[in-house]
Write a protein that binds this ligand. Structure first.
Ligand SMILES: *[C@@H]1O[C@H](CO)[C@@H](O)[C@H](O)[C@H]1NC(C)=O
Ligand SMILES: *[C@@H]1O[C@H](CO)[C@@H](O)[C@H](O)[C@H]1NC(C)=O
Ligand SMILES: *[C@@H]1O[C@H](CO)[C@@H](O)[C@H](O)[C@H]1NC(C)=O
Ligand SMILES: *[C@@H]1O[C@H](CO)[C@@H](O)[C@H](O)[C@H]1NC(C)=O
Ligand SMILES: *[C@@H]1O[C@H](CO)[C@@H](O)[C@H](O)[C@H]1NC(C)=O
Length: 349
């Protein structure tokens, strides 16, 4: 990462000097970033940050690649509710208690906090939980076979809990139609391209039966392939089954564009998935992502960087949490917590 950034800077400088149009290409290849975030934020305070997280997650995913989807999803939920401020991680926060367990994995929270311990042990209390989550979500994409990309950093962690029931307002139900999805995204300044690109995150991960059994019982949704429906009925024998199914039936653990192929063979799992193929506003991008994975990857990266900047706290706003699950003011003995973390050699499983 650091090397790539350095190289990009060199290119930028030399092209400016030589009058080439390189700088324009460089600028266009990276989406714009908000004031306060930077591509090199921890370059002096924690240069090994991204290497630490990448190597830890490699170990975690080696035993359970399913956690990659869990981390990616965690960032979506964090950013859509009260911005990318790590508030979803707060154990006393409404976000964490309101969001049904079926859509978030408890392990993902612990992986984040374990990463924080390792990072803070090496660099001190300088890296925010929201930045760690941002990097972890990126690495989940990369380590599942998706594109590698740089993320702007410098987020601060929120100190306010989201209002009660804010998750109901901000999160998109699995049953949502395209109009609802588009309007929910636009409230976060994300457009139709972002809707289709970010839906592609369903190329990995699982969903509980209760999120889609309304498409099976009492009658099969006519927009679903009957053979696919039959296989889902084996997994989810009843409306309230607590089992789970993979979101991308073609390549469940690989980050690729097969999610869009599923939509064309009517094998999208959720209503919100299948619907983007049926709506004229989104069909164009579904088709282009299906026919060109490079294009999907490029647009997905842009959309992720965009989403990762929704209502971020920067500068002196918020804080750097000494424990991702608690605001510093909630830590009765903050000093001893920090000390304990610095002294321990954390391992992750
Ligand atoms: C959600 O997960 C927490 C922690 O794993 C558990 O204590 C709680 O009972 C779960 N709630 C539901 C509704 O499954
Ligand atoms: C939150 O939503 C639940 C379920 O719809 C409702 O019963 C409850 O009254 C709401 N609470 C507030 C404070 O709005
Ligand atoms: C989409 O869903 C919303 C909320 O359920 C509903 O109000 C709206 O009428 C639906 N729009 C279409 C085009 O079906
Ligand atoms: C959405 O925004 C991106 C820039 O963030 C832009 O490239 C794209 O064309 C926009 N899509 C639509 C449908 O306006
Ligand atoms: C696929 O998309 C990439 C990135 O936008 C583009 O450079 C390439 O020309 C596209 N390939 C085809 C066959 O359209």
């Amino acid at each position: 990462m650091a090397t790539a950034t350095y190289f990009a800077c060199l290119l930028l400088i030399s092209s400016t000097l030589m009058g080439f149009s390189f700088s324009v290409i460089q600028a266009q290849s990276r989406p714009p970033i908000v004031n306060g975030l930077s591509w090199t934020f921890y370059q002096t305070t924690c240069p090994q940050l991204e290497a630490i997280i990448r190597s830890e997650l490699q170990q975690v995913f080696a035993t359970n690649i399913g956690q990659a989807a869990g981390l990616l999803r965690l960032q979506f939920h964090d950013c859509f509710v009260q911005g990318c401020d790590g508030s979803i991680l707060l154990e006393r926060g409404s976000e964490r208690t309101e969001i049904p367990n079926r859509t978030l994995r408890p392990e993902a929270f612990q992986i984040l906090e374990n990463l924080r311990q390792i990072v803070h042990a090496q660099c001190g209390l300088v890296v925010s939980c929201s930045d760690i989550l941002t990097i972890a979500a990126r690495d989940s994409v990369v380590l599942s076979g998706g594109p590698d990309y740089e993320v702007p950093l410098g987020r601060r962690d929120g100190v306010t809990f989201a209002p009660v029931n804010q998750t109901l307002i901000d999160l998109i139900p699995a049953t949502a139609n395209v109009s609802t999805i588009i309007s929910q995204f636009s409230r976060k300044n994300l457009n139709v391209t972002d809707v289709v690109a970010l839906s592609g995150a369903h190329t990995i991960g699982i969903s509980s039966c209760s999120s889609f059994t309304n498409r099976l019982y009492p009658t099969i949704d006519p927009t679903m392939d009957p053979a696919f429906a039959a296989s889902l009925m084996q997994i989810c024998p009843s409306l309230d089954s607590t089992n789970v199914a993979v979101l991308d039936v073609r390549s469940p653990n690989t980050f690729d564009n097969q999610y869009y192929a599923n939509l064309f063979s009517r094998q999208g799992l959720l209503n919100s998935d299948q619907n983007i193929r049926r709506d004229a506003r989104t069909l164009g991008y579904v088709t282009r992502f299906f026919t060109n994975q490079t294009f999907f990857f490029r647009m997905f990266v842009d959309s992720m960087v965009k989403m990762g900047q929704v209502d971020v706290l920067t500068g002196t706003q918020g804080e750097i949490r000494a424990n991702c699950f608690r605001r510093n003011s909630d830590n009765l003995d903050l000093l001893s917590v920090a000390k304990e973390n610095l002294g321990s050699s954390s391992t992750m499983r």
